[in-house]
Write a protein that binds this ligand. Sequence first.
Ligand SMILES: O=C[C@H](O)COP(=O)(O)O
Length: 256
Amino acid sequence: MAQERRPLMAANWKMNKTVREAQDYMAALLPRVDGLAGEVDVAVFAPFTCLSEVARMAEGSGVIAGAQNFFYEDSGAYTGEVSAPMLLDVGARASIVGHSERRELFCETDEAVARKTRRAVEAGLLPVVCVGETKEERDAGRMWEKVSGQVRAVVEGLGDAPGGSLVFAYEPIWAIGTGETASPEDAQEAIGRIRGLLGELRGEKFAEEARILYGGSIKPGNVSEIMAQKDVDGGLVGGASLEVDSFLQLVEAARG
Ligand SMILES: O=C[C@H](O)COP(=O)(O)O
């Protein structure tokens, strides 16, 4: 991994944890990541219901509290949604955008993902933008068509924001929550191609500054090999992030 890009290990709790469980997790996590600032970024993407508590506890620690989604308008008649200013108001500094579960289960389009990404950057939230193909698309040889289309939509809607203002996460859908991980070589190939595309679209500086994570069944047993790939800047982790001990092993591996 290039020296200029600090690794990022991100916990995506998905629809898990009560406020009490979130408090217990953060109380166990924070003392054990103290002192890692500058070596590795650690983020916790919590459900809305416990996000303010996660952000309050993380304040001053260097751990980034983030949301899993938001809407690109700032306020108004959008029942069930929250906005970027609302996330900032409770202390969030980042948000996942366009996770495959949002794209597939909640019909999020490339256009909506691009608008959310742009709004996050403008508002001062770090977007972690997810891209990835289904098993059917991969088997049909259409992996790159899918992934490149998702990346293009985001970058073309981004204006002149620098590469360091966003993070991509390559998450092959067939590897999410299945125990089936992309091989480290497959992860590198996809992420290296994404970086190449960023260079074509926005120039080398942008491509070198943008962090690109891998996600999909990362666990303590496979994280080192994945992190050893030159274009992989960290991980977006579901299942293995739910327990502090296992997430900390991933953080340590990202630290190198
Ligand atoms: O956001 C995280 C990804 O969906 C990966 O989830 P997973 O680690 O449970 O496979």
